[in-house]
Design a protein around this ligand. Structure first.
Ligand code: GLC
Length: 445
């Protein structure tokens, strides 16, 4: 009898834990909702490095320029043509729903007038002003979510451990007092950012230089969540984040993480580099974007403004072309979910939240029919997204004695093709239902 009592108590306790876990999951899903629906963000790397047009922070860390010469760039950081409303307008037009800006990169130069230190745009550059606050205001005015990139390492700060690749100031374990001074400094800056901007998202970077314990990652996470329980934190706080951040490489197989964001440059540099003209074409960027959302992720596409605060013409053009495409194809992008496995359609797809509409993305001119395989649903209607034309289709290979659903051929006339990527909407008779068996099952029946 006693045993039974214990097991009842145990089961109740388990139930209690699992509802807690479920509640936490629900809370986190609710918090991630806007992020998951947003699909596109614009990353901004703006800092001293735009002056010479060199690698952000890494150029002195790796010894391509001395720290002293790197710092001389403060004289050229004028922000004289900077108009934060123009930036936010362009971002809005691109179809992005959020933006992440380098409030402070590894070099330690802050874009806002931080109370913790003097190495910032207002106190140490010819711009002589806080260049971050106006941008945050402009983003909010445009209804865009605010993301703050903050580098954990601060290579210019005298109480930080790492300075350059070959010279370390000290080891955290050997000089705990000094390390504590750094912790106080960086956590102070984060508190400041939280109070000033109440960011919707924190984008940490550089966590590889210390362990989670050394960074005090748990404490930092709870500190930021206390300030704003809905704020989102990227993965680069040593495993204390909410979503994964693959960098540059488009994932080939679908990432396992529930939430993820690919950050990617338009050329080969994060910051402005006058010498890097190796831009991806708008077609390539749209293609990658379609692959990303097809796999359930977001794209955080980077721009690098010049030291005077203007955005290079080429980058403006790319964002405008992208904007034309995203605005025409909104229904297939925002609020959708990852598409169907590639065996069913050899290209990117997304699904409406309820799973009733399948969007298929068609690159270039297929010169003929579009093929969708193994779709068990009946298709009630097909239209060209952003154009409305109704398309006809035919199911081939369906036999009455098997549940094999056949192959769907959709006729796609040239006239409806988009110049970058055409999207078709397939309205199904219910939630998408796919035939996932191999053909041999048919014979063994
Ligand atoms: C890397 C680099 C950094 C860059 C970032 C963007 O972590 O250290 O320079 O800002 O990627 O994702």
């Amino acid at each position: 009898m006693g045993k039974l009592k214990y097991s009842i108590a145990f089961v109740l306790l388990l139930g209690h834990f699992s509802t807690h876990a479920q509640e936490d999951q629900l809370k986190s899903d609710a918090k991630m909702q806007w992020f998951q629906d947003a699909k596109l963000g614009i990353f901004i790397h703006w800092g001293l490095y735009a002056v010479n047009g060199i690698d952000e922070s890494w150029s002195f860390f790796n010894g391509y320029i001395s720290h002293q010469d790197y710092l001389k760039q403060t004289e050229g950081f004028t922000a004289s043509g900077y108009d934060s409303n123009q930036w936010a307008d362009l971002i809005r037009k691109s179809g992005a729903r959020y933006s992440v800006i380098t409030a402070k990169h590894h070099d330690g130069f802050a874009l806002w007038d931080t109370k913790d230190g003097t190495f910032n745009a207002a106190k140490s550059s010819t711009a002589k002003k806080d260049v971050l606050s106006p941008f945050i205001k402009s983003l909010r005015k445009k209804g865009l979510k605010v993301g703050i990139y903050y580098s954990l390492p601060d290579w210019s700060f005298n109480d930080y451990t790492h300075f350059t690749r070959d010279s370390m100031r000290y080891k955290a374990s050997e000089q705990p007092k000094r390390w504590n001074r750094f912790l106080k400094y960086y956590q102070g800056q984060l508190n400041e950012l939280a109070k000033l901007y109440n960011p919707d998202l924190y984008w940490f970077d550089g966590d590889w230089e210390h362990s989670a314990e050394e960074w005090q990652a748990t404490k930092v996470r709870s500190m930021l969540l206390e300030a704003n329980p809905n704020t989102i934190i990227n993965s680069r706080l040593k495993g204390h984040g909410d979503y994964a951040t693959p960098e540059q490489g488009m994932p080939i197989t679908r990432p396992k993480d529930a939430y993820w964001e690919l950050c990617m440059t338009m050329n080969n540099s994060w910051g402005y580099q006058h010498n890097d003209l190796d831009y991806k074409t708008p077609d390539q960027i749209i293609g990658i974007f379609a692959d990303v959302i097809s796999n359930g992720g977001n794209l955080l596409l980077d721009i690098g403004p010049k030291a005077d605060g203007t955005i290079p013409q080429k980058q403006v053009q790319i964002l405008e072309t992208l904007g034309k495409w995203t605005s025409k194809h909104q229904e297939a992008i925002y609020g959708t979910r990852a598409g169907i496995p590639k065996e069913h359609f050899y290209g990117p797809t997304t699904l409406s939240k309820d799973g009733n509409i399948l969007y298929v993305f068609v690159k270039g001119n297929p010169n003929g029919e579009i093929v969708v395989r193994g779709l068990k649903n009946k298709i009630n209607r097909i239209w060209v997204v952003g154009n409305g034309t109704k398309l006809s289709h035919k199911v081939v290979g369906k036999v009455y004695w098997s549940h094999y659903p056949g192959i769907t051929y959709i006729d796609l006339p040239d006239k409806v093709l988009d110049e970058n990527m055409t999207v078709l909407a397939l309205l199904l008779d219910g939630k998408v239902d796919l035939y996932r068996e191999d053909g041999s099952v048919i014979e063994s029946n």
